[in-house]
Structures are given as structure tokens and as C-alpha cells.
Design a binder for this molecule. Structure first.
Ligand code: SF4
Length: 714
């Protein structure tokens, strides 16, 4: 392979405009190399980037600490017969991987090799990783951790609108709406700079409704907080629509002109009983009526969902209940109105558009659609019959590790699957059954503990690449400085591996911009059409919204003004009856357990737990518990609480708070080992999106320190 050429041509002064390495807001940042060194960086929020407008959160401001971190891996590591990892040369490491992969393919077939990607990868990496899996490895088994993040919102939007783009409008539209409903999102903590748009909406006289089982920082800003029982989002959303019908608040002309499936949906809601909903969800009938009234009577209203409502085994149906509601009120496609999903990971959006998802090919093509297969096979110059079919979803892929499931080798790029997966102890033990585990990362983490090979990679700021933010805006993360000696970019690793596996053609690139050139051509005519986008245009226009089908096309900041993405242009209603949680509380496990985030940490914490400032601010997870429940259990604030589910137990210090319901415990999932919240979570999957039920499982709890034996909530 030709290694990607240095891209420091983009650096014309000591200060470079680039983007944060973490969440989907992709704040613009200005990085200055002080004194011309590569080790002293000053990071400031970019006042000119139109999404964050000069604001960032603590994670972005401290992200420079990752680059020159003393624990960073700077040489490939290979597991020795003694069980220890030892440094080896790049050629030794890559030769070892290629020989093992080829041997496993010969013995067990192409499907024995699994690939696990990430919503943190750039579009270029996601594209090339998908190509490696389908063209070189010829395995169907590639998926990514975005499956754990936005897949329910994606599945729901595809079914309702025929297209999946997190927000169908720029984030600035939030400020222009009259009623904003945030459902299952604590964005004040997870994405703080977005609150400038929420506050601007409030200053204009707009109203905010928040639906969340906890009184979060976001909910504190709301005019109306619906503190529902975890897992009853679908029930409540259906009830709001039933009330809108009852009160004559639906927009009949809009429904007739722009949608289909209304009669069936309306019939399915006839049995909806608001009093029953009040009892089960804990949201009073009066609050339900107020919420519907505020949404329906406002000229402009908007419902944005987050992981709280989506990370459930009925997440897709819950999103469909949201789209049903906003379509029936006649809001979708109107100015500063409609439904959107606040995507989570940095490139959660682009990551699912370019081929690292088990069922997708570049441009949001589907691997089981014969036209889409033919288009990509022709583009890659291979026979359509050689393209594999749909593979296993993220959890199913990991669960299939070992002789019985058939996955013998796993290549992991940018994902800490042991911490991120539900039922994490099971996944940890599964990894130990692998005959080859390759982890590409900048730091050792809980997943790499089982690795046969760890490949050290370049990080943000050391390589270029595009990402697609929560608005569908394609942005360019510029390079700030050279990567340290001894590491390679993911793109280099993919290309060099492919060549060792016998496929050189199509894996020779002179840097990420060349990969993007291929990617954009590959998407021409597809749903997520990037063909009119270039690095030069992104720089000049501060990002471009897809679809953008030609170099002179302005991009598409707003979708659905005239039509939806189906042949007849109409949006589709879906009847989505409520169903209970996969694991409701019972006599043995009487409490609800739900997970979430701290503002100081990002996802599995593999990066942020390495940043001293963040670690000092939040050194450990604490379990949030209502004082009434704490008293019942005999636990005081700061004392250890043991939480048990059917899959395992964790002990964390208790954080007493009236912000949580007395029947629910909350803990963040940013830690591994004995503090991993996902030890408890249940791997029940949404039948459509294959999203695990992260947000709800049954647990019991006891004080780990109580005198006279533990008390247990039963
Ligand atoms: S983590 Fe998200 S909100 Fe925070 S600075 Fe980075 S992109 Fe912005």
C-alpha cells in the first residue's frame, strides 16, 4: 500500500480549526500548538462554527490530553505463549494477523471472521472497513457499536419517512420552535452546548417539555416534566396521540394529503385508556393533556428523542409512536417542527451510512436489495455473487463467538465492546473463546485484555477525516499535528491488512481525501448521496448537509418540506401497540434499573477515564437512589450499595437524591471491571433494530455495609 501522505498542508499557522473527538454535536474547536511544539496544545471552542457557536463542554476542552498521554500505545503488542503482551514490529503483527485469518478462513469459511466497527470512526474508515469485510474478507459478519446507540431511531425513521437522518433540520431550528419536547434525552449533561439553542427557544417565549424518569438538569429547565416509569415511553406516546384524537387536535387535511395508514393507526388507538396509562406510566392524565395541548396548539412544535426512549427492546416502535404523533399533528416537514433524533456518537450518523452495519452498503444501500448489491458490486469491480449477505447484529455477533456460534476471529476498530455491551460479563467470557482477537486502539482497555494483537492507532488531531454530525451535516476533522512514531492510522491498517490477505486493488490510497473521493462516488444516486461533497467545499461552507448529489448542489439542510422519501412521497403511520419490558420487576428482582451518562465521561470511558481532569471530577460511578428506598435498605449517602440482576452484581456508592423515582436505580455505564453497569443489563433485543434493552432491567439491592446482615428490597 501507499501510506497516506502527510496532510499537514492543511496547517497554515499554529492554530487549526478542527472538531472534538467525542459526541455527535461535533463542536468546532480551535487547536493551537504552543511554541510550535507537538506537545503543548491550547484548545478553544470555535466561535464561527454554526453548531456550537463558541461553546464546548469539559470533554472537548480537555481532549488534547489524549494525544501526548503517557499510557498511549506506541508499538504493536503481540500476546506471547507466556500470556504476556510484548512489543513487535508492524510487519510481524500484520503478518501474524493475516496468517491466522487465512488459516481460520480455510478451516471454517469466510463467515468465521467477524469485524466490529464504531460510531467514532470517520466516514472514510467506516467505508473502507465495510469494503475490507465484504470485498477482502468476504464475511457477512460486520457490525458496529452504533447498533447500541441510534439503531432504533434509524429503523423507526426509515419506516415512517423512508430515510434516516438524525435531525431533518439544522440544530438552529430548535431556537425557532414554539414547543420543544425532549423525550429520553438529558442533553444538558450529554451535549451541553446544545442548550444554547434550547435557552434561545425559551427566551423567544417557547415552552419545553421533558419526558424522563429522572429529574435531570435538562428536566429542571422544562415547563412540564413527565417523570414516567422506565419502559412506558411507548404506552405514553400512544396515549398522547389518542388524547389528541379525542380532543380533535389532529391535522386531518395534512394527514389526508401527506400520509398513509391513518385508519389502521386510529383503530389501534381506540382501546387506549388514559387512566390505565396514568396508572402504569405514573404520568397523570392532566399532565398528558397539557403535553398534547402544548404540542398540538403551538404553530411550531418539535419532538426530539434520545437514548432513554430508544435503548429498549421496543425502541423502534417507540420511535414510530413519536413519528405517528408528530405526523398526526401535522408538524413534520413544516418550519422548525417535526421529529428528530439526537444522535450520540461522534459519527453515529455517518457510521451507519457507509457500510459497517450488518445490513448496509455505502450510501445507505441495503445489502439484501438486489439493485443495491449490483450497484456496489459493479462499483467495486467484483461479482455480485461474491458479496456476502446480511450479517449478525452487534450483540448477536459477539454472542456467536466460539465453536457453537461460528465466529473464530474478531477485528475490533474503535470500540470497547466489553464495557459497551449488555450482559457484559458474558461478552467478556466470549472474547476469551476467540482464536484471534485484534484490537486497534490508542490505549489498552477492557476489551484488549483478551486481545492476541493490539495495534496502536493515530487519534483525532493526528489524521484527517469527515464525520456526519447529528444534523446530517458532513464536517471535516482536520489534522493538527503528526502522529507519534510507531502508530498507524486505521486506514493504513485496513489497507496493509487487505494487501496481506491478497487483495491489493482498491486498497491503495494516498491519504484519507482519496478514500473520501471514492466514497463520494460510491454513494452517487443512493439515499445518503455524498457525491457533490468535497473536502474543499466542506472547508468553505462549514459543512454540507446530505443529500448533496452534485458539486453545484447546495446540500439539503431541511428534509420533508414537500415529500417523504417513498415512491408516493407520503409518510407512513404504523400501529404500534404497547408491550411490557423484556424483564419486568418481580418478587425476586423488584426494582427497575436504568443507565445513562455523566457529562465528564464519554461512552465506555476508554478515552475520558484517561484524562486526569475528567477522572478527578468523576472518579467513579455512583448509583442514584431515592432517600425513601435508601432508608428501606439501610444505606446512607456514600455507602456501598450492591445491586444484583439475574446476570451479575455490582457495588457502587449510593448517591441519595429525590430526583429519581423510589422504584428505580440509575447508574452511569462509563466504567468497566467490577463497576460496569452493563454487568446488570439484559440483552433482550428489539426485533427490528436489534437494539438491546439497556434502559431497563429488574434488579434487587442491598446495603453492602449494613450491620446485622444486609437488608434487601423485595
Ligand atoms: S463532547 Fe460533544 S458537546 Fe462536548 S465538546 Fe465534544 S462535541 Fe461538544
Amino acid at each position: 500500500m501507499s501510506p497516506p501522505a502527510p496532510q499537514l498542508a492543511a496547517v497554515t499557522s499554529q492554530t487549526v480549526k478542527t472538531h472534538c473527538p467525542y459526541c455527535a454535536f461535533q463542536c468546532g474547536m480551535e487547536v493551537t500548538r504552543l511554541h510550535g511544539t507537538t506537545t503543548e496544545l491550547r484548545i478553544a471552542a470555535d466561535p464561527d462554527f454554526p453548531v456550537n457557536r463558541g461553546q464546548m463542554c469539559i470533554k472537548g476542552f480537555t481532549s488534547g490530553a489524549l494525544l501526548d498521554h503517557p499510557r498511549r500505545i506506541r508499538q504493536p503488542l503481540l500476546r506471547q505463549p507466556s500470556g504476556q503482551l510484548a512489543p513487535v514490529s508492524w510487519s510481524s503483527a500484520l503478518d501474524f494477523i493475516a496468517e491466522r485469518v487465512l488459516a481460520l478462513q480455510r478451516a471454517h469459511g469466510h463467515g468465521a471472521i467477524g469485524v466490529f466497527g464504531s460510531g467514532a470512526l470517520t466516514n472514510e474508515k467506516a467505508y473502507l472497513l465495510g469494503k475490507l469485510a465484504r470485498v477482502t474478507l468476504r464475511t457477512p459478519n460486520i457490525d458496529y457499536n452504533g447498533r447500541y446507540c441510534m439503531s432504533s431511531a434509524a429503523a423507526g425513521q426509515n419506516r415512517a419517512f423512508g430515510i434516516d437522518r438524525g435531525l431533518p433540520f439544522p440544530v438552529s431550528d430548535i431556537a425557532e420552535t414554539d414547543t420543544l419536547l425532549l423525550w429520553g434525552s438529558n442533553c444538558a449533561e450529554t451535549m451541553p452546548p446544545i442548550m444554547q439553542w434550547v435557552y434561545a427557544q425559551k427566551e423567544r417565549g417557547g415552552r419545553l417539555i421533558v419526558v424522563d424518569p429522572r429529574l435531570t438538569d435538562t428536566a429542571r429547565s422544562a415547563a412540564l416534566h413527565l417523570q414516567l416509569t422506565p419502559g412506558t415511553d411507548l404506552l405514553l406516546a400512544n396515549s398522547l396521540l389518542a388524547l389528541a384524537i379525542e380532543q380533535g387536535l389532529v391535522d386531518e387535511p395534512y394527514i389526508a394529503a401527506r400520509t398513509e395508514g391513518w385508519d389502521e393507526l386510529r383503530r389501534s388507538l381506540l382501546t387506549c385508556d388514559a387512566a390505565y396509562v396514568e396508572r402504569v406510566s405514573g404520568v397523570s392524565l392532566d399532565q398528558q393533556r397539557r403535553a398534547v395541548d402544548m404540542l398540538a396548539r403551538a404553530e411550531r412544535s418539535m419532538l426530539l428523542s434520545g437514548r432513554g426512549s430508544e435503548q429498549q427492546s421496543k425502541g423502534t416502535d417507540t420511535v414510530l409512536a413519536f413519528t405517528n404523533l408528530m405526523l398526526a399533528l401535522g408538524k413534520v416537514g413544516k418550519p422548525a417542527s417535526g421529529y428528530g433524533c439526537l444522535t450520540g456518537q461522534g459519527n453515529g450518523q455517518g457510521g451507519r451510512e457507509h457500510g459497517q452495519k450488518a445490513d448496509q452498503l455505502p450510501g445507505y444501500r441495503y445489502i439484501e436489495n438486489s439493485e443495491h448489491r449490483a450497484a456496489m458490486a459493479a462499483f467495486w469491480g467484483i461479482a455480485e455473487t461474491s458479496l456476502p449477505g446480511k450479517g449478525k447484529s452487534a450483540y448477536e455477533l459477539l454472542d456467536a463467538i466460539g465453536p457453537s456460534g461460528g465466529i473464530r476471529a474478531l477485528l475490533v476498530f474503535g470500540s470497547n465492546v466489553v464495557v459497551a455491551s449488555p450482559n457484559s460479563k458474558h461478552i467478556e467470557s466470549k472474547l476469551r473463546e476467540l482464536e484471534l482477537l485484534v484490537v486497534c486502539d490508542a490505549f489498552e482497555n477492557e476489551t484488549s485484555e483478551a486481545a492476541h494483537v493490539i495495534l496502536p492507532i493515530a487519534q483525532f488531531g493526528e489524521e484527517q477525516g469527515t464525520l456526519t454530525n447529528l444534523e446530517g451535516r458532513v464536517i471535516l476533522r482536520e489534522r493538527v499535528q503528526q502522529a507519534p512514531a510507531g502508530v498507524k492510522t486505521d486506514l493504513e491498517i485496513i489497507c496493509e491488512l487487505s494487501q496481506r490477505l491478497g487483495v491489493t486493488r482498491g486498497f491503495e490510497f494516498d491519504g484519507p481525501e482519496q478514500v473520501f473521493e471514492e466514497l463520494r462516488r460510491a454513494t452517487a444516486g443512493a439515499t445518503a448521496d455524498y457525491s457533490g461533497i468535497s473536502y474543499a467545499r466542506i472547508r468553505q461552507e462549514k459543512g454540507i448537509f446530505w443529500p448533496c448529489p452534485a458539486p453545484d448542489h447546495p446540500g439539503t439542510p431541511r428534509l420533508f418540506a414537500d415529500r417523504f422519501h417513498f415512491p408516493n412521497g407520503r409518510a407512513r403511520f404504523s400501529a404500534v401497540p404497547h408491550r411490557p419490558a423484556a424483564e419486568p420487576p418481580d418478587a425476586d428482582y423488584p426494582l427497575l434499573f436504568t443507565t445513562g451518562r455523566y457529562k465528564e465521561h464519554y461512552n465506555s470511558g476508554a478515552q475520558t477515564r484517561r484524562v486526569a481532569e475528567l477522572n478527578e471530577a468523576k472518579p467513579e460511578p455512583r448509583v442514584q437512589i431515592h432517600p425513601r428506598l435508601a432508608q428501606e435498605l439501610g444505606v446512607l449517602d456514600g455507602q456501598a450499595l450492591t445491586i444484583e440482576s439475574r446476570r451479575g452484581s455490582v457495588s457502587m456508592s449510593a448517591l441519595l437524591s429525590r430526583d429519581i423515582r423510589p422504584d428505580t436505580l440509575f447508574a452511569p455505564f462509563h466504567w468497566g471491571g467490577k463497576l460496569a453497569a452493563n454487568i446488570l443489563t439484559v440483552p433482550a433485543l428489539d426485533p427490528s433494530s436489534r437494539m438491546p434493552e439497556f434502559k431497563l432491567c429488574a434488579v434487587r439491592a442491598r446495603s453492602a455495609t449494613a450491620q446485622g446482615g444486609p437488608k434487601r428490597a423485595k
